[in-house]
Design a protein around this ligand. Sequence first.
Ligand code: KIV
Ligand code: ZN
Length: 539
Amino acid sequence: MTTTNKTSKHVHIFDTTLRDGQQCPGAGMNFEENLDYARLAANVQIDILEAGFPAASAEDFKIVKSIAQMYAQMKSSPKVAALCQMREEQIITTIESLKSLIPSGRARLHVYVPVDPELMKASLGSYADNHEKIHKDLYKYITMSIDAGCEVEFSPEGYSRMGDSFDFVTGVIDTAIKAGATIINCPDTIGGACYLQGDDFFVNKMKRHADIMSQRYPDKNIIWSAHCHNDYGLALTNTMQSIFDGPVTQIEGCFNGIGERAGNVSLEQCIMYLKAFGMNNSTNQNYHTTTKTHGIKDISDFVATHMLPRQAHWPISGENAARHSSGGHTNAILKNPQAYQPFDPKDVGKEITFIFGPLSGSNHAQSIIQEHGYVCDNNEKITLTQFIKDYFSNRRKGLTDPEFMQAYFAYRAPIKIKTYKYRKRAEVTEINIDGTFNGEEKTINAVSKIGGTALTALHHALEEYLAPISIESFRSQSKDKGEEALSVSSISISYSNDLYTGLGEDIDIEVSALKALVNAVNRTVVHKNFSIQAHKIAS
Ligand code: KIV
Ligand code: ZN
């Protein structure tokens, strides 16, 4: 590995989540959400935010203009780029939308022209054959934008599928540079590029173009940029090759990899790739970004919530990227958090989490119980773990913490009821309840006072387990409509200045109340006997 005397180049992060990202079906956001996203992008300190296509509609114009104005108030912020086609009215609208950032040099007009022969014909019609006019217009609109104070990025759209048009593309890039464009972005528009294409691979063509332009314009500092779509799942590899094997120091992509069709390259993957391999690698050149990786979780969560859902196993920021379930992995991680992580999830604002599932082990179970403040001794952890797994034997996808603790409470519960029976006679209610009470098989037969319910009968009978029981609140409601609808009851009882709530469900409303009371009493007794706090006081 070569580590000596290597300089490091800054790779500029160009975030097009608001432009190319919102082009993907279902990902569009309203005005406020666009601005909220722009705030997050400023927090993570990406270098350039492509805020939209202002000439598309009045609303798009308002979004780009408002983001530019918001950034203009900030001492430092990302630059704002706005995309347009090579048409005079679009160029004028786009310059107008960026106006507030022109004085601070943070306004970038991004103009594109198709160069892929298939794309040219399909989108330019007869104009596609008029190369002279294309050059003339390109020169005119770029100089117009530069004169207005914007910096200009030029994209030969469909660059990766230019085929035999290398010389034509050389010509348009030359015209763009001559007119003042300082950023040349070479898109793999259809996501079809692969290094196995050899000389046709877009990175190899970029190298040739960069060489030609540096010979023609030795005094111009042109930034070469890559913009890769992910149709073959190669966007990350292609983007990274354009840096490590090509002339690129700007990369374009979207958080969570959203974008047209299979998406754009995922920015969080690019950023973390550069953090992991940009420095001290086996090449002669180091690369870095200045993005604040700690904000990645927030921005990725925002995109997942407001734009398109993210897969749980999505690299870097997915729910499962730092979540573990299997016994072997959790055991090792409890001893060394990095045991099964390639980088510290804190770097991207995440924490390692665990989910208890069928393959989880007793150490994991013990740690959840203890985190919730309850006792689980080493000599009982295996039995307890097995009980919890059996209690939720159908839950193959894992348990939430509240479900897990529900099973823990069920294991510890002093009262385990097999059958609840009651009947109304004259003005009283009689109950007949079978179960185990502190491990002893028993039947509770009790009668309420005159006018009392099954609940009042049980309330008094249970006081022998926890006298006195003071019911502070009682609520029952139907879960759905119809005669067979489940009733859900919730009862809170107070004991030693604390409140314990029990829940019960049944199609019979009175039985649901009985279950809720038993549950509340069990919770109270378990807390009294098995909370770590109670144990400390007792010992
Ligand atoms: O994919 C593409 O070619 C684009 C350009 C407009 C940059 O999004
Ligand atoms: Zn694109």
